[in-house]
Design a protein around this ligand. Structure first.
Ligand SMILES: [Zn+2]
Length: 358
């Protein structure tokens, strides 16, 4: 077989060499799944197929992988190579079970999450009694030089979101929930990476925590959002634009895409919208129960950080940091505990609803 492949490649070299798209291949075997990220030098359209003994990525353009071949010390995926000019093949290992994939844009990336068994790590996250342990990924908004909104007294959104995330993590962990924070320190993290962390950890829920800001100093109250291609109203639209502007170091200079990426929409969050909406309602209801928080209702907007999430995903604006009274409350430990408990309560209700409906 080998000589034949060589002949085919040689014969077509002149036609594809100029048009071949560079693809950087990187693999991460440190998580529960083996994650491969293919970063394309320019846009392409690819399909992922599960064949016996290999996972095949077929694209609509010739490919030039870098490195061209690779070996992984891994029981799920063992190596990759260019199988045909438009086809990249990954050889599966004895621990391989199945592959999930999703796409990210700007730059175009195809992410393969190969699921399977990897001794020590697989045991660590294995269910104890035939039931999947719930995994919640909490995303503290902003970080590092991307401070988010700043209150009139100087309080920064990035600090409060991290504080709230840690409090919420403590509460959920005591309930037996496995919690992963997208960041647990003060650093820049691109929006797409936050969603990717949720996908990689096979999260059951993704909660992105933020604080609202308005030119109207009187604006107060919590708002809970789930993803939509169009915003509920002008305020929701400008809020999404502001949150989407925190792009992280990778592409901080590039403007967020004007509209929602419809391909990504179909692939990922679309099938979870009904559940995302239910989760948002539960969180909003619970936050409304907090003294002094006015109901601003469940809302929708095209938040970049929710796109591509392959599980119910919401964005919670716990209050207006731009309002002097709310800013003061957000400095108070007891108040922050109340917010964290309110969100945890909603998560618990949602999980019960889900268990009852499945
Ligand atoms: Zn924010």
């Amino acid at each position: 077989m080998k000589p034949l492949i060589a002949i085919v490649l040689a014969a077509s070299v002149s036609t594809w060499a100029a048009a071949a798209v560079g693809v950087r291949v990187s693999a991460d075997t440190s998580g529960p799944s083996t994650r491969v990220v293919l970063t394309f030098a320019k846009g392409a359209s690819c399909t992922v197929q599960d064949h016996v003994g290999r996972v095949v990525v077929s694209c609509d353009t010739a490919l030039e992988p870098d490195p061209s071949t690779g070996k992984l010390d891994d029981t799920i995926l063992s190596e990759w190579r260019l199988e045909a000019e438009r086809t990249l093949a990954f050889t599966t290992g004895p621990g391989y079970r199945r592959v999930d994939s999703f796409e990210l844009k700007n730059p175009y990336r195809l992410v393969l999450d190969a699921q399977g068994t990897r001794t020590a790590k697989a045991v660590e996250v294995a269910p104890t009694a035939g039931q999947t342990l719930p995994v919640v990924v909490i995303d503290p908004g902003h970080g590092g030089v991307e401070t988010g909104a700043t209150g009139p007294g100087g309080l920064q959104e990035k600090d409060v979101t991290l504080d709230l995330a840690r409090r919420l993590k403590d509460i959920l962990q005591k309930q037996g929930v496995t919690v992963v924070l997208t960041r647990d320190d003060d650093r820049v993290l691109p929006l797409d990476d936050r969603t990717a962390i949720a996908n990689q950890n096979r999260a059951d829920l993704f909660l992105s925590l933020h604080l609202n800001a308005s030119k109207r100093k009187s604006a107060v109250g919590a708002e809970t959002y789930f993803l939509s291609p169009s915003a509920t109203d002008a305020d929701a639209k400008s809020l999404a634009a502001a949150e989407n502007a925190s792009r992280g170091t990778a592409d901080a200079a590039s403007a967020p895409s004007a509209g929602l990426d419809l391909i990504l929409w179909d692939l990922a969050q679309n099938s979870h919208l009904a559940e995302s909406s239910k989760l948002a309602e539960a969180v909003q209801r619970s936050l409304n129960g907090l003294t002094g928080i006015k109901d601003r209702g469940v809302r929708q907007a095209p938040f970049r950080v929710l796109m591509g999430a392959t599980m119910p995903a919401i964005l919670v604006e716990s209050g207006f940091i731009s309002n002097p009274d709310e800013e003061s409350r957000l400095k108070d430990d007891a108040y922050k505990d109340k917010i964290a408990h309110a969100i945890a309560q909603a998560v618990s209700e949602f999980r019960q609803q889900l268990a009852a409906s499945r």
